[in-house]
Design a protein around this ligand. Structure first.
Ligand SMILES: Cc1ncc(COP(=O)(O)O)c(C=O)c1O
Length: 434
């Protein structure tokens, strides 16, 4: 457990008294953060940490990037709010920019405040456009915390007690090769997990679907990377049954996967809708649903979002994208990601508890297991506390909580990656079987 002074403890005590306890925090003693710069966070007691989770893959260009800070501050001083009833320049120019950097015919945007709302909007658009209701999602997927988003989510722990699921969502087994749901091996499996889409639609829906929603790499699920042909096979079946494809890029967007701006671009499929949030605003609350024109145009009825497309958030997003492009972070994510991957593979050679290393670019994970692939969430917790003591912050994931997610800012350098990997190694050395 980390040392704590009165400053952090006072804030923790107040949180116990005044904050919903279901608001989940990491660590035995929750960390109280005061400042951030680049890849560094400083807690309320003045301790420094290398931030290798970035507020859940959000701080893509580093904490308080000067260009994002400057433009956000200037916009705050000029105009903070209008609602979506009026147009503003940052709002419309961000929509134009997204049309330019997204693949295929994606063109029109609707802005909200979060990834959950972006996914709600995407499902609404798919239902309006197709006239169909049912949506196929993936087991172990994560779509957010609104009613529809929790129903799309394929992980019981992230559905709140009593929330259950709303109708119209069915789940397909996920392309989790390390623990194949069909106990097959790629490629001799012939992509059974993708081909099962047809059976699922024929047996568990009304026979016509509105959409298939999936993350190119499952994020909260533990960075599960599908085989390269997966989306081509699955999406062809989806379209045969009237559905469109929604690519949830909330975690994988904006260069995180290395070499491509969006995760789905690695898989040779063009979605009709893309959802994004997190790195889009580098911490400013913003979600976007970007659609091909015919899907956007078919949204029936009236809709507003009071804060969606807020001038400060949209200017923060424009500044973030400008930084990603001008600092060539999509490329850096590939290079730095390859370096980090090599270091992680070396750790796997040394520590049998690392069952799998997976991910793309600067989105890498370690799945920790005991004998016979028995999930080791207890070991993840030990690594977490040890790494924190040594000044490194990581993320967790996986349906069993036994995956460590590692996602530094995309402008990270190899020296900081090496520092983090040394701390990770020292922390893994401390793991004891229960
Ligand atoms: C893939 C994915 N989609 C949607 C969401 C929901 O985003 P938010 O927490 O901004 O509502 C998340 C959040 O972690 C996510 O990882």
């Amino acid at each position: 457990m980390a040392d704590s002074t009165n400053q952090s403890q006072e804030i923790r005590d107040k949180a116990k008294e005044f904050v919903f306890p279901s608001a989940f925090t990491y660590y035995e003693e929750p960390l109280v953060i005061e400042k951030g710069q680049g890849a560094t966070l400083i807690d309320a007691d003045g301790r420094e940490y290398l931030d290798f989770f970035g507020g859940i893959l959000t701080v893509g260009v580093g904490h308080c990037h000067p260009e994002v800070v400057r433009r956000t501050a200037e916009q705050s001083a000029k105009l903070q709010h209008t609602s979506s009833l009026y147009l503003t320049e940052p709002y419309v120019h961000l929509a134009e920019k997204l049309a330019q950097i997204t693949p295929g015919r994606l063109q029109k945007s609707f802005f909200t405040n979060s990834g959950s709302e972006a996914n709600e909007t995407a499902v609404l658009a798919a239902r309006s456009h197709t006239g169909n209701h049912e949506v196929v999602a993936l087991r172990s997927g994560y779509s957010g915390r609104t009613g529809v988003a929790m129903s799309l989510t394929g992980q019981a722990p992230w559905r709140m007690t009593g929330a259950g699921t709303m109708g119209g969502v069915v789940h397909l087994a996920n392309p989790y090769c390390y623990r194949c749901p069909y106990e097959q091996t790629y490629p001799s499996c012939d992509l059974l997990c993708a081909r099962d889409m047809e059976q699922v639609i024929q047996t568990s829906t009304s026979g016509k679907i509105a959409a298939f929603i999936a993350e190119p790499i499952q994020g909260v699920g533990g960075f599960i990377v599908p085989p390269k042909e997966y989306f081509q096979v699955a999406v062809e079946i989806v379209r045969k049954y009237g559905g469109i494809f929604i690519s949830d890029e909330v975690q994988t967007g904006f260069g995180r996967t290395g070499g491509k701006m969006f995760g789905i671009e690695h898989f040779g499929v063009e979605p009709e809708v893309m959802t994004m949030a997190k790195t889009l605003g580098n911490g400013a609350p913003i979600g976007a649903t970007v659609a091909v024109p015919e899907v956007a145009d078919d949204m029936g009825g009236l809709t507003i979002s009071t804060f969606g497309g807020n001038p400060v958030s949209t200017e923060a997003a424009r500044a973030t994208i400008d930084v990603i492009v001008s600092e060539e972070l999509v490329h850096n994510s590939e290079l730095a990601g390859a370096h980090m991957r090599t270091r992680l593979e070396e750790l796997k050679e040394r520590f049998p508890i690392i069952g799998d290393v997976r991910g793309m670019g600067l989105m890498q994970a370690l799945e920790l297991v005991w004998e016979n692939k028995r999930p080791a969430p207890d070991a993840v917790n030990q690594v977490f506390e040890e790494a924190r003591k040594r000044g490194l912050l990581l993320g967790k994931g996986g349906i069993h909580g036994n995956t460590i997610r590692i996602t530094p800012p995309m402008n990270i350098d190899t020296a900081d990656i090496d520092r983090a990997m040394d701390i990770l190694k020292a922390s893994l050395q401390q793991v004891k079987a229960a």
